[in-house]
Design a protein around this ligand. Structure first.
Ligand code: SAM
Ligand code: SF4
Length: 329
């Protein structure tokens, strides 16, 4: 193995988030409220299977064990099964996850599993079908729920469900969510709404901290679980009376970035050191031949030394990121 990717703050990187498309068929109010719009730029084709194989091989050689395939909506790629296979067959990669809006899950999740997908996150912002429709722009609540059931049928032991917390929309629906996971092996992950470049006043209207949820959980006997090295940033709580778990992702909390263990590749093949903050470093010219492997690793290592200690979201600085669909939330 080449040297483990590490930054100058001694953070080691085990986890790659790989965006494979910017395209999405939903219109979530906090992400793509007007739907996906092609950039119209020249040479804007999304990263190919060979490019994916080369970049994932470089990361695996430098200590990455987990890859999340994301987007946009990753399952809209026609070669999504081959993408999963390519990542899963890379020596050193032990976990292959995806984050999906669940639109295609009911029909396709058996194939995803067969291709080597080990973990699934699906976004469900409300258990009320009308509110789900209002937030995502799509009347697909029942289809997404059927997809989750199907995932259990084909053998996933746990499904993670992402919920973006929004004041006056879903933040008071905690009792419904808790009821839902009482007897289901679902890890519900409440994500604080993050401000992005193209967001209007939605952030000011709907941002709410996860602290109230955390206080409620602790007061009601939920216990914090210990994190593993390649886990995401969620604080995960468990309870003896519940089969499900609750995760809290609170990027506005102090020290959120201390345990950062992830790097990102955009669908256009750029390296991003953080979800927020920079334009991304071009890697595509080094993804064209297997022989460029060493040069590719050297470029990533060099860039890694410029990773900042923290994002600056607290100061209202969301950097260059227009919305999370652009580099994979
Ligand atoms: N389309 C897929 C989906 O929605 O699950 C994958 C891509 S989406 C960008 C990844 C995750 O980012 C989703 O769970 C979504 O809810 C979350 N997300 C998007 N924009 C966000 C924002 N402004 N703040 C917090 N989470 C956001
Ligand atoms: Fe699409 Fe996911 Fe963004 Fe919603 S959050 S618009 S499903 S990319």
């Amino acid at each position: 193995m080449a040297q483990q990717f590490e930054d100058k703050f001694n953070r080691k990187f085990y986890y790659l988030r790989l965006s494979v498309t910017d395209v999405c068929n939903f219109k979530c109010t906090y992400c793509l409220p007007d739907g996906y719009k092609p950039s119209g730029k020249k040479n804007s084709s999304f990263i190919s299977l060979d490019e994916i194989r080369r970049v994932v091989t470089a990361f695996a050689d430098c200590g990455t064990t987990k890859v999340r395939i994301t987007g946009g909506e990753p399952s809209l790629r026609k070669d999504f099964n081959q993408i999963i296979e390519t990542v899963a067959q890379t020596p050193g990669i032990r976990k292959v996850a995806t984050t999906t809006n669940g639109y295609r899950m009911e029909k396709q999740v058996a194939d995803w599993k067969a291709a080597g997908l080990t973990h699934i996150n699906v976004s469900v912002d409300s258990l009320d079908p009308r509110l789900f429709h209002q937030i995502t722009g799509e009347n697909k609540f029942h289809q997404v729920m059927a997809g989750i059931e199907r995932a259990f049928e084909v053998g996933y032991e746990q499904v993670k469900v992402n919920v973006v917390l929004m004041k006056d929309l879903n933040h008071h629906q905690l009792p419904q969510f808790l009821e839902w996971i009482k007897d289901k092996p679902i890890q519900l992950r409440f994500i604080e709404l993050m401000q992005t470049g193209e967001m209007d006043d939605l952030f000011d209207r709907h941002h709410v901290s996860g602290v109230a949820i955390r206080n409620h959980l602790i007061a009601n006997g939920w216990l914090l679980k210990v994190r593993a090295a390649n886990d995401g940033p969620a604080q995960v709580f468990v309870h003896p009376d519940y089969q499900g778990e609750i995760g809290l992702i609170m990027p506005y909390e102090k020290h959120f970035c201390d345990s950062c263990n992830r790097l990102r590749i955009s669908a256009l093949g750029k390296l991003h050191l953080c979800l927020f903050g920079e334009q991304g470093l071009e890697l595509r010219d080094l993804l064209q031949q297997d022989e460029q492997h060493g040069e590719l690793i050297a470029r990533i290592e060099q860039q890694l030394q410029t990773k900042r200690v923290s994002h600056f979201l607290h100061d209202g600085d969301s950097g260059m990121t227009p919305h999370l669909a652009s580099i994979g939330g």
